[in-house]
Ligand binder design. Structure first.
Ligand SMILES: Cc1cc2nc3c(=O)[nH]c(=O)nc-3n(C[C@H](O)[C@H](O)[C@H](O)COP(=O)(O)OP(=O)(O)OC[C@H]3O[C@@H](n4cnc5c(N)ncnc54)[C@H](O)[C@@H]3O)c2cc1C
Length: 823
């Protein structure tokens, strides 16, 4: 029907915030900014509201996510959607119909039981069902081939376009101005900040620009050199004519082993899914005019979903098909969305890449992004979706295209505990990659780096079978673990992030950022936290002083973009200090174990004695023909040195170590062994034990905080205030009493039968002979967690519904003597 021409409203010349994109995310962000009192907000949409991806979404809203804060955001979405109609007068189609997820295999049922335990801990109602009970709730489903199911009564469905219009109305009512048919063509910047936008209707000066451009967000980011790594895939569903026995309040049903989901739609069924091998929409540039667009039907691609749907709901056989919907949706490299202020460009925020969860997520994600904009930093830990988990190289189109073909299917693929991405690899490689491969390395991937997880042995092919139990990897890892405790191992840790901080103000700048005192003599290293104003962790890292005005900063592989951004933003005004990312220039070989001194002494003329080379020192040494930096420290709880090797000498040093290692029992070690070793010693890891929700007091790292150092540090005041309150939340070590079961992290910790926390990390502790982990325990009564409270409780871990007895304490499970590391 021809649209009546309306007089165009003029866009303003200035706005506090310009949001690019009138889909559900742009409208939600605008709505929440206005609710936060920021009313001078403009939304620009190149077409009509919802015309991007939002209009054709299926509208399923499932609450449960693997990460508690993301679940909380979706729980918030459900509350928001339920109340929007009353607030705005516009219907949203929200219906809390509940959802059922079914399991065809015992392994899937184990996963569902684990999810149920997590859900109940997170306050999401979730109940296990027998196949018969599942059939009672969903009578047209075949159940004789099922092992079981879970039921989430709080899940629901909604009409995506209606929710978006309601959010837009709520935003407008609070002062937001929305302009359709207005395309942003470029973004202005000045002195490392956004300054405004140019559009087809004129220009707008702005303090903040928000990229909510859906699948266009990659190209909008490129307008200002910001990497937004997402790529579109074709995503399909069908809608049937009415089917007998489909009531309007039929729950949503998911059958992940068959890759499919179902939702009631006008008395028929909407059926779609996430096929294992997706079809990228082969467009490196998404056309501007792809509005209310659809892609051609592709029954070949849909066949695997249809075959499975006919197994689960036989009534589909006779149902007429009303609609075949094929619409593109953007997917990210890790199936999590992208949120936050772009590294390197102040005032430019991103909320995009929703991986077919944008309807469920955007209510909460828009609220979180609005709070982030208003507060200038995230108000809760959102690391799994933080834009700073990516780097510039993640924006490569060819890589993204290959990766998203896999990520779409990961929604329903079995989420095995050690599952690794298969596509787009190897991506970043250590110079030792081929040599490690020849030694039977099974590689995992972090921040693009292919890194050995375990070794099958020289000339052997690793047989990695995913599962909930022990595979071939278990004994191999046990051997690596034992060798580190009793002899010596070498691990390629080239993926560590490395920065050089240089300049006459390098020391004072780092002092301002670090909790520990880094004003140490040349040749010393210091472990430290980096905190925000709230006194919670932004990072933890090691600072090595190489000269009066030169520091080497060593940080976790995943933290590089984030740390560079955080440090860059928080350098004192006018400081004469520059930071350079030298990650790729240096390889790292960790030589760890009681015989590490003997081994190194064989390949170097340096003196490795305790007197000449004490703990927490770093110096230049020779290893064979190479000159390297050796740093005496450990993350595994044994005597050892990390060797920082110029990349071109990595092979030389590796060969020298292995050439001399035979008589001292040298073995290669991978990241699985590192994880077990560090957890036995209760060493914390960024992103798991150390997050923006935790202070050093919670984490038990008060020893790395120097409250009295001259000039103080960022976050000091908040720490002083926090210290006055009882420590009702505290990191504790967990060891299972039964030596058999494995823990993977994420399990619930119970005290006297009541949930008190989740395991942030877990692995098998081969020295203590049982699964070990770390968990934040929380006291409901607000009193301090101390040894008395820990000793007087009966602790258990919920492992997929089974309750396993555990020992819990404030000390590391394995701690023979500090002297072993330091002596
Ligand atoms: C078949 C299918 C089924 C789905 N089912 C579900 C589901 O059941 N549950 C669920 O949670 N999610 C589902 N989704 C996903 C959901 O639709 C998306 O995640 C969500 O709509 C993304 O919203 P958005 O606001 O980020 O993007 P969009 O809706 O695409 O909005 C972005 C807007 O930005 C505009 N824009 C781009 N560039 C510019 C520019 N330069 N200037 C001005 N404007 C610009 C675009 O025109 C577009 O309107 C499904 C998706 C598909 C394809």
């Amino acid at each position: 029907m021809p649209r009546r021409r309306m007089a165009r409203r003029m866009i303003p010349s200035h706005a506090r915030v310009v949001i690019i994109g009138g889909g559900i995310m742009g409208c939600s962000t605008a709505y929440h900014l206005a609710k936060n009192g920021w009313k001078d907000v403009v939304v620009l949409e190149q077409g009509r509201l919802t015309g991007g991806t939002t209009w054709h979404a299926a509208g399923l809203v499932g609450q449960l996510r693997g990460y508690q804060n993301l679940t909380r955001l979706i729980q918030y979405s459900t509350r928001l959607y339920a109340g929007l109609e009353a607030e705005t007068g516009l219907a949203t189609g929200w219906k809390q119909c509940g959802s059922i997820s079914v399991a065809r295999t015992p392994e899937r049922m184990t996963y569902l039981r684990r999810s149920a335990a997590t859900a109940n801990k997170q306050g999401v109602a979730c109940e296990e069902l027998t196949p018969r009970q599942a059939g009672d709730k969903y009578p047209i489903m075949r159940t004789d081939d099922l092992v079981g199911a879970v039921w989430l009564p709080g899940d629901g469905k909604a009409n995506p376009a209606d929710i978006t219009q309601a959010l837009a109305k709520g935003a407008r009512t609070n002062g937001v101005r929305i302009f359709e048919k207005t395309r942003v063509t470029s973004i202005d910047t000045r002195d490392g900040r956004v300054a405004g936008v140019q559009t087809t209707e004129g220009s707008i000066k702005a303090d903040v620009v928000v990229n909510c451009a859906g699948q266009w967000a990659r190209q909008v980011g490129r307008m200002v050199g910001v990497t937004v790594p997402l790529y579109s895939c074709e995503h399909m569903y069908i809608v049937t004519e009415k089917i007998e026995g489909v009531p309007r309040d039929l729950p949503v049903m998911r059958d992940p082993d068959g890759y499919i989901y179902f939702k009631e739609e006008v008395g028929g069924l909407l059926m779609g899914g996430f096929e294992p091998q997706a079809k990228p929409w082969n467009k490196d540039v998404i056309p501007d005019d792809f509005e209310f667009g659809m892609l051609p039907d592709d029954w070949d691609q849909f066949q695997i979903l249809m075959d499975n749907a006919l197994i689960r709901v036989p009534a589909l056989e006779k149902a007429g098909i009303k609609t075949f919907m094929n619409g593109p949706e953007s997917f990210t490299p890790d199936l999590s969305y992208i949120l936050g202020e772009a590294p390197g460009l102040k005032g430019f925020f991103v909320g995009a890449g929703f991986n077919s969860m944008g309807i469920a997520s955007s209510g909460g994600a828009g609220m979180a992004l609005a709070e982030w904009i208003v507060a200038g930093e995230p108000t809760l830990d959102l690391w799994p979706v933080d834009i700073r988990r990516f780097a510039g190289f993640h924006g490569n189109d060819a890589w993204l295209r290959d990766r998203v073909a896999e990520t779409l299917g990961l929604h329903y693929r079995m989420p095995w505990p050690q599952r690794e991405h298969e596509s787009g690899r190897p991506f970043r490689r250590s110079p030792l990659y081929d040599r490690l491969m020849a030694r039977g390395a099974w590689f995992g991937n972090k921040m693009g780096w292919d890194r050995p997880n375990w070794f099958a042995g020289l000339g052997k092919t690793p047989d990695m079978q995913y599962g909930w139990g022990r595979g071939a990897w278990f004994d191999a890892v046990a051997g690596e673990h034992k060798a580190t405790r009793e002899a010596v191992t070498v691990a390629d840790e080239t993926s560590f992030g490395k920065f050089l901080m240089q300049g006459r103000d390098a020391e004072s700048s780092l002092q301002h950022l670090c909790t520990n005192d880094i004003a140490v003599p040349v040749g010393r290293t210091v472990y430290t936290g980096l905190l925000n104003e709230r006194g919670t962790y932004e990072s933890d890292l090691t600072v090595a002083r190489l000269a009066a005005d030169k520091f080497l900063i060593i940080t976790g592989s995943a933290q590089v973009t984030r740390d560079a951004d955080w440090i860059g933003r928080n350098l004192p005004q006018g400081a004469h200090a520059t930071m350079t990312d030298v990650t790729g220039a240096w390889s790292v070989l960790s030589v760890m174990g009681p015989r590490s001194r003997t081994l190194l002494q064989k390949v170097s003329k340096a003196d490795f004695s305790n007197e000449a080379f004490p703990f927490a020192t770093i110096r230049e040494i020779d290893v064979g023909y190479a000159t390297v930096l050796a740093s005496r420290r450990t993350y595994m709880g044994e005597l050892g040195w990390e060797l920082y090797v110029p990349a071109e000498f990595a092979v030389t040093v590796f060969e020298a170590l292995h050439g001399a290692g035979g008589d001292v029992g040298l073995r290669d070690m991978g990241y699985y062994a590192i994880e077990g070793l560090r957890l036995e010693k209760a060493y914390r890891a960024w992103g798991r034990e150390l997050t923006p929700d935790d202070t050093p007091w919670h984490a038990g790292l008060g020893w790395a905080v120097k409250l009295d150092k001259p000039g103080g540090f960022l976050g000091r005041q908040a720490l002083i205030e926090a210290r006055a309150r009882p420590l009702a939340r505290r990191l504790v070590s967990v060891v299972l009493e039964d030596s058999e079961p494995l823990l993977w992290g994420g399990e619930t910790l119970l005290r006297d039968g009541r949930p008190v926390g989740d395991l942030t990390s877990a692995a098998y502790g081969h020295t203590v002979g049982a699964a070990v982990g770390l968990a934040y325990a929380q006291r409901e009564d607000g009193q301090a967690i101390d040894a008395g409270w820990l000793q007087s409780g009966r602790f258990e871990v919920d492992l997929a519904g089974a309750r396993l007895k555990a020992r819990v304490g404030l000390r590391a499970p394995y701690d023979p003597a500090g002297a072993r590391i330091k002596g």
